[in-house]
Design a protein around this ligand. Structure first.
Ligand SMILES: Cc1cc2nc3c(=O)[nH]c(=O)nc-3n(C[C@H](O)[C@H](O)[C@H](O)COP(=O)(O)OP(=O)(O)OC[C@H]3O[C@@H](n4cnc5c(N)ncnc54)[C@H](O)[C@@H]3O)c2cc1C
Length: 405
């Protein structure tokens, strides 16, 4: 272990681990610090409650950095179709329309994280400090340092805050956020169904909030039930058999017969956006920079785009002999990602507001919108490409291009 690194990444969740892999084999020395090592995977384990719909762009990033094969070797569920509907409007997206094999993949968060952490350990320029707890984190005159539990102090030209929504890095360096609560919780329910899952994910909008279904492998699936905090508390307090009865009565019958409830968790929904992503010698990525309504499952997808873009900017600057800690270098990363993320957050908010509104004119307009999306093929294909992460300015890794010269 060195005492001075070019880049110290605090947080080895999906996004921090992706930064480490994207910087792998570059000329930069990297330390990856994660406080908790995820449990090793075994195919006999039940699915985790935390799963994400990984976009095609995310798949490509993992593929280019060499972590995708490990995901495939563990567990994933590709989906080809996505159906969205409410009382009157209905539309179904199918990846065949734009000649893709799938719209995305449902992957347990731990599987994605493990695949990236395993890959990070194979690079000689990445020191893997996991599990390691951080003592003092300091930022003085534009230079960050991290004290490890054993008292050793590491200094980094660039400290990457990949430490989630409560980011200590963000708070230590004084990067402010704008945030609000949606006054809604997402209840995640892991279920066993009578029939095996198909290749479809769906989302239905009802006045209390969206109801979504994500297929998992075999006879398993993940339900996301959005509701008020009080209602979610009530549902969580029910015995599994009572919850199963409520679920069967509330959810559409396209689920088939639900045999069992195997696990339940809930998450308060919050929107949070860092006003700036960077300072001299510091950059934020993933949830440390933004927390977005999970309505259309984009949080980690935009986080992986941050990871890929930050690595691209740092390697490019280093190749040109620039100081990677320089605010001008880091601002380039911010310019390339913050507006893209803001656009995605705004679209999610628009969805949330429009679909939770019961005023007649708004209901009319959203049904019209779903109807138009269904009938106008170029519009439908554009929406589909957006959800797959294929629109906007993409980092090279998301296009399958290398960033190591
Ligand atoms: C209900 C729900 C459903 C969702 N569904 C989707 C979906 O379908 N698709 C999607 O794209 N996104 C989805 N998301 C969002 C997604 O889960 C997050 O965006 C993603 O987990 C963020 O990853 P991250 O690596 O940035 O942060 P985190 O997952 O929070 O990881 C941060 C890591 O940093 C570590 N850490 C923190 N502090 C320290 C420290 N001091 N020292 C060392 N390590 C530290 C933590 O242990 C952790 O491993 C969903 C979110 C919710 C709530």
């Amino acid at each position: 272990m060195k005492e001075e690194y070019d880049v110290i990444i605090v947080g080895g969740g999906m996004v921090g681990a992706a930064v480490a892999c994207a910087l792998g084999d570059s000329d930069l020395s990297v330390a990856l610090i994660e406080q908790t090592m995820p449990e090793a995977f075994s195919a006999e384990q039940p699915h985790d409650l935390r799963v994400s719909a990984l976009s095609i762009a995310s798949q490509q990033i993992l593929q280019t950095v060499g972590a995708w094969d490990a995901v495939v070797a563990m567990r994933l569920c590709p989906y080809k179709r996505m159906r969205v509907w409410e009382t009157a409007g209905d539309t179904e997206f199918n990846s065949d329309a734009i000649a893709y094999e799938a719209l995305g993949n449902i992957v347990e968060n731990r599987v994605t994280q493990l695949a990236l952490l395993q890959r990070a350990q194979t690079f000689s320029n990445v020191d893997f400090l996991c599990p390691t707890t951080i003592g003092q984190l300091s930022y003085i005159a534009g230079k960050g340092s991290v004290e490890l539990a054993d008292g050793k102090v590491l200094s980094g030209k660039v400290i990457v805050g990949a430490d989630g929504g409560q980011s200590r890095v963000r708070q230590t360096v004084g990067l402010g956020v704008t945030s609000w609560d949606y006054q809604q919780h997402a209840m995640v329910i892991y279920i066993e169904t009578d029939y095996e899952q198909q290749d479809i994910t769906w989302q239905r909008f009802v006045p209390t909030g969206p109801q979504a279904f994500l297929p998992l492998t075999g006879h398993y699936g993940s339900i996301v039930w959005y509701n008020t905090p009080d209602e979610v508390r009530r549902l969580k307090a029910l015995a599994d058999t009572e919850l199963l009865t409520e679920l069967t009565a509330t959810f559409p019958d396209c689920l088939g017969k639900v045999n069992k409830i195997l696990g339940v968790a809930s998450f308060p929904l919050k929107r949070q956006h860092a006003q700036e992503y960077v300072k001299q010698g510091v950059a934020l990525v993933g949830d440390a920079a933004h927390m977005i309504n999970p309505l259309a499952g984009q949080g980690v997808n935009i986080g992986l785009l941050d990871a890929a873009m930050l690595a691209e900017v740092l390697i490019d600057a280093s190749n040109k002999g620039k100081n990677i800690a320089d605010i001008a270098v880091l601002k380039r990363y911010e310019r390339l990602r913050r507006n893209e993320n803001l656009k995605m957050m705004t679209v999610m908010d628009l969805f949330y507001r429009v679909f939770s509104n019961q005023l007649m004119p708004v209901k009319f307009l959203r049904n019209l919108g779903l109807g138009l999306a269904e009938r106008i093929t170029p519009l439908k294909n554009k929406v589909m490409r957006g959800a797959m992460g294929l629109e906007g300015r993409l980092p090279k890794l998301a296009k399958g291009e290398t960033i190591i010269s």
